[in-house]
Design a protein around this ligand. Structure first.
Ligand code: ARG
Length: 515
């Protein structure tokens, strides 16, 4: 199987070569020599081709997604004032930055595919890696896909009904969200190539959207020009930017979770490590360039929102870009921005479906979940071979078919992900889901970064191509701990559900792996 389906190791969230099983605990590893690297390392060694610029565009492309077009309402309404929201955007950006720097050190010290699953297994034992995988399959992957799908649905509906129309039934949005989800699931089931092409096509839309918003915002602020001058925001010139700032730490926590959503994806930096030509030098450069870049881009976009839109409008919908387009450029502007942003979300949904499929697939191969999810194609028998084709047919299908033909993908894994994602789409909304996702993801980010500190103490001699300033992980741990503790008060139900999922994972570990 592995020879026929040599999925790009960079896109493999878990190493198919057995990450998770049979790790030497820290004490027994061969110390300064690093870890036994197994097959995963061979894959990494094969393509050490990424340069600084490749790494940079990869990370920036992974981080920028739905959040900057949808989080502002949740950030603003919980922080209470434009000034406070800007602080939230800076703080969540810095938190992501310290997290990414910490993960970069972990990625260099434990150069295996699999991210948190591998770090937690190495540092705390396989049970911790198992719990992460369990939560990634049941909460993190479908939860994040649901958020992106919901934003996709809301923007598409706005594109159809127009910016001015008032409330639309949430079920309409959710229906479109599920339709988009099924579409990307079908695309990625048909072939890996088709999935990858789809991501490429939609990738650039988010940059266009973000750039357009920033430029238009600055022009409007500087010239006072706009489609409907009376509807433009003048509050930013007159009012105190901090008027109305919330004094509730729980509200600040919810605002931070919404901001963190927009910066999420920074943990993917460690997928880049093994592929880089010169990770020791380039990885820190990638992190310390990409995150400040994204932070500045997000601050500019938020300033643009504040320059163009009155606070009540920003607070009132998840489709801030549509209201922005309407105010600055009129119906055409709102339509174009609605299409650009929904295209951007579609691309992100497609990419996350791809990686989720591989993650669920690897969990199936590990025996963590039933083995049917590790099937490639529809039947458990090896492959659906394509009949011999004419040269022209080959040329046509070659654009979208993989070498092994169609449906040579982890279909059941993607179906499981689509089913769970649909449940989250049906029961959740944007703010609920970003908090829920934030609690679950920051719990594991926190555990991994605590692991980094433990690793520094236990194995000071371990080779670390990149060593971050020790204050970095400490800041990350403190702020994450604050966020996690506040979530219990701010959104007890969501926090409870996350803990329930983790609790269910414990007996499951005994069953699937053994005590
Ligand atoms: N920051 C992205 C957005 O704003 C979300 C990233 C989702 N998380 C992930 N690990 N891919 O849409």
């Amino acid at each position: 199987l592995s020879s026929a389906f040599d999925f790009n190791s960079a896109l493999f969230p878990l190493s198919a070569s057995g990450a998770g099983a049979g790790y030497a605990p820290i004490g027994t590893s061969n110390g300064t020599e690093g870890y036994d690297l197994g097959n995963g390392q061979q894959n990494l060694e094969k393509n050490k081709s990424l340069t600084f610029l490749n790494g940079l565009s990869l990370v920036v492309g992974l981080i920028i997604g739905s959040g900057i077009f949808s989080s502002p309402a949740s950030v603003n309404s919980n922080a209470g004032s434009p000034g406070a929201s800007l602080i939230v955007w800076v703080v969540s950006g810095i938190l992501a930055w310290t997290g990414a720097a910490s993960y970069a050190e972990l990625g260099g010290a434990i150069p295996l595919n699999g991210g948190a699953q591998v770090y937690l297994s190495k540092i705390f034992g396989e049970w911790a890696g198992f719990l992460f995988t369990w939560c990634a399959v049941t909460v993190l992957k479908p939860g994040s896909a649901a958020i992106i799908a919901i934003i996709f649905g809301e923007y598409i509906v706005r594109a159809i009904v127009g910016a001015e129309v008032g409330d639309v039934s949430p079920w309409f949005n959710k229906g479109v969200a599920i339709f988009g989800l099924l579409l990307v699931t079908a695309i990625n089931s048909i072939s890996t190539k088709l999935g990858a092409r789809t991501s490429d096509v939609f990738m650039f839309l988010k940059f266009i959207g973000l750039l357009a918003i920033t430029v238009i915002g600055i022009i409007v602020a500087a010239t006072g020009w706009g489609y409907n001058r009376d509807a433009l925001s003048h509050t930013w010139k007159t009012t105190n930017w901090f008027e109305g700032t919330s004094s509730s730490t729980s509200q600040w926590a919810v605002a931070l979770y919404a901001g963190l959503w927009a910066y999420d994806g920074w943990d993917n930096t460690n997928y880049v490590v093994g592929e880089m030509k010169n990770p020791g030098k380039d990885l820190p450069r990638v992190i310390h360039t990409s995150l400040p870049m994204v932070i500045v881009a997000y601050i500019l976009a938020n300033l643009a929102y504040v320059f163009v839109l009155p606070t009540e409008v920003i607070n009132s919908s998840n489709t801030v870009a549509v209201a922005f387009g309407q105010a600055a450029l009129g119906p055409i502007g709102s339509l174009v921005l609605a299409l650009v942003v929904s295209g951007s979300c579609f691309g992100a949904l497609n990419a996350t479906t791809f990686t989720a499929g591989r993650l669920v697939y690897s969990a199936g191969k590990e025996g963590y979940i039933p083995s049917v999810f590790a099937n490639i194609g529809l039947s458990s028998k090896q492959q659906i071979r394509l009949p011999r084709r004419s040269a022209r047919a080959k040329l046509l299908t070659g654009l979208v078919a993989d070498d092994a033909g169609f449906f040579a993908t982890p279909i059941y894994a993607m179906l499981l992900n689509a089913a769970l994602t649909s449940i989250y789409i049906i029961i959740g909304d944007f703010t609920t889901l970003t908090t829920f996702y934030g609690v679950a993801s920051y719990l594991f980010y926190f555990a991994s970064v605590v692991g980094l500190i433990i690793l520094r103490v236990k194995e000071p001699e371990l080779e670390r191509p990149y060593k971050c300033w020790i204050v970095t992980p400490v800041i990350f741990c403190c702020v994450s701990l604050f966020l996690l503790s506040r979530a219990i008060f701010a959104k007890p139900l969501q926090a409870l559900i996350v803990f329930a999922f983790i609790a269910v994972g414990v007996p499951l570990f005994w069953w699937r792996v053994g005590p």
